[in-house]
Design a protein around this ligand. Structure first.
Ligand code: NAD
Length: 257
């Protein structure tokens, strides 16, 4: 993504992005940083977090890696406090990390069900509980959660993922309803297929190709991480002051095909 021509919607703001070492999370981090934010590149994968933060810093952007596992609620809460202490503020939280465990109800293991909810849903509970008091005290903030098209229109054989993403959507709406009076906007994005390591892993399991997936999309191709990042940045920015409790689909019309 070229940073030429971008605005400075996040100048002076601090953003924490989870799953920022991955495909969509790294694109979100780059977009927010390119628009002036200091970005905390959070991931359990220390190497990936460091690589992304260093790449951004190398481009003259402001970013730090922060390594913690979302499966550890205390570490997640401590990480939020660390950011607030270090920067004095946390304006934007992007709950983007996620995992995709395959299987229908009979083939899925109970552990994969629990793990899916722990990473995809419980982590939002813990991080938002850590962030909200600060946002309330500072007069507002913005939270964007990465759901999925599959949380709205289930793909076959992915019950844990689909139901956990439906929970992300419900969580988003509940949080928005409760905290809009505090000037905290909470929204979600629901992407269709996007070319990332998660998607590549799915292809390796299914034996399908990117071209197979492209053919299912009316737009003629699957999505790009940068396209999701642009939407997340818009929702997180002051250009969306009245968008709260929304779930925005970004699917190249696949959701209506
Ligand atoms: N790629 C797609 O087609 C697609 C479509 C719809 C929604 N999504 C969602 O977008 C988000 C990003 O997915 P992606 O495709 O970039 O995947 P990805 O696998 O490239 O990135 C996910 C990142 O989350 C991190 N992560 C996983 N478990 C973690 C944990 N316990 N603690 C901290 N970090 C952890 C991983 O280390 C990884 O860097 C996910 O929530 C995913 O469900 C992806």
């Amino acid at each position: 993504m070229t940073t030429t021509g971008l605005t400075s919607r996040f100048h002076g703001k601090t953003a924490l992005v989870t799953g920022a070492g991955g495909g969509i999370g790294s694109a979100i981090s780059r977009r927010l940083a390119a628009e002036g934010a200091h970005v905390v590149v959070a991931d359990a994968n220390a190497v990936a977090a460091k690589e992304v933060a260093e790449a951004l810093a190398g481009e003259g952007l402001s970013a730090d890696p922060l390594v913690f596992d979302l499966l550890d609620p205390e570490a997640a809460a401590a990480a939020v406090q660390e950011v607030i202490t270090a920067h004095g503020q946390l304006d934007v939280l992007v709950n983007n990390a996620g995992i995709n465990r395959r299987g229908d109800l009979l083939s899925l293991t109970e552990n994969d069900w629990k793990l899916s909810f722990a990473v995809n849903v419980d982590a939002l509970f813990h991080l938002c509980r850590a962030v909200l008091p600060h946002m309330i005290e500072s007069g507002g903030g913005s939270i964007v959660n990465t759901a999925s098209q599959w949380g709205l229109y289930p793909a076959p054989g992915h019950i844990a993922y689909n139901v956990s993403k439906a929970a992300v959507i419900a969580f988003t709406k509940n949080l928005a309803r409760d905290y809009a009076p505090y000037n905290i906007r909470v929204n979600a994005v629901a992407p269709g297929e996007v070319r990332t390591p998660m998607l590549e892993a799915g292809l390796a399991c299914s034996g399908r190709t990117v071209a197979d997936l492209d053919a299912l999309v009316p737009f003629g191709r699957i999505g790009k991480p940068e396209e999701v990042a642009a939407l997340v940045a818009f929702l997180a920015s002051d250009e969306a002051p009245y968008i709260c409790g929304s779930v925005v689909e970004i699917t190249g019309a696949q959701a209506v095909a």
